[in-house]
Design a protein around this ligand. Sequence first.
Ligand code: MRU
Length: 383
Amino acid sequence: MAGPGAATAAAAGGTLDYETVALSDDGKTVTLLDQRQLPHTVTYVHLTTAVAVADAIRSMVVRGAPAIGATAAYGLAIGATAAAAGHPSDDAAFRDDLAAAASVLRASRPTAVNLEWALDRLLRLVTPADGGGGGGGAKQSSPAAVAAALTADARAIAREDVDINRRMGALGAALLPPAARILHHCNTGALATVGHGTALGVIRSAYAADPGVSVWVNETRPRLQGARLTAWELAAAGIPHTLAVDSAAAVLLRDGRVDAVTVGADRVAANGDTANKIGTLAVAISAGHYNVPFYVVAPASTVDLACATGAGIPVEERGAEEVTHPCGGGGTDGVAPPGTRVFNPAFDVTSASLITAIVTEEGVARPPFSESLPPLVAAAAAK
Ligand code: MRU
């Protein structure tokens, strides 16, 4: 992992070695790059309980749907390892601890479905308490064996994420014209995933084949994931980019200065309605108005077929201080009069009718998404 000073290398356009999320070899410690400190400082936090991992997700030490999913999986794995050590031969107590760990992690952030997806994938490895045999006759795995299985699968989720992102990168890059000028909202890069990125992965893949690619970076109020994180990643990769305030996106689209918009997703409903960082909807409306293609790039694990439309997607509302004291307020009194009432939804839902295509690792879905998405999700599940 990178040490202090790496952020400076990134700002200078140099190479950068960093890891967003990692699990120690002994399976007891989750290490996260503290994204709250970027772009100025590269520091890592080391967490040894599921509760601490849930707190880190809630406070956005780590963020971005696939990164949250992998982190939650690691959190459950360390929770299982601790529970197995505490109750090596008490299956009921082990299961109680495991359920408590899963529940605190599940409650940490509501919108990104990758979090639930990862927890549910791991929990499917736990044999039902009755042994699944209906009569209680089947032999149970030991707590240690269950913890080992969960840890192995959590590592697999992280490994697979990078491969999935590279596949989406290739599929998405093929949609872009030569020397594409791409508008990007929020951060969907290596910091939002385990590596490479989703929408930013498409940009990475496109740039690798075509150095004429350039990026408009939406700053992404209020937490400035675009300014703080995407600009940092693009600088590290040497990809030409320009930072703009969110409200400039409509002007860029109107003036023909954008060839395509690429964004990630936190949850895609069965009909294609897509939850992503607040501000995405405004970009999609402008892109539709000016006939610029609007691409969502998201792994199959972000598609929630159980959610019929965007109306069923839970949208997280966050604290007023994110708006009144951007970047922690920098020690100032904030940017609004004390006590100002604030509306701070972390996400919005873009209607499927505004989306040109949804790029998944199994292929590119086109409207009608209710028909094109299910086979791609099924193909991913079959692997
Ligand atoms: O609140 P955040 O920073 O977790 O929101 C992240 C986003 O909205 C991303 O665009 C989304 O998770 C896709 S990340 C590959």
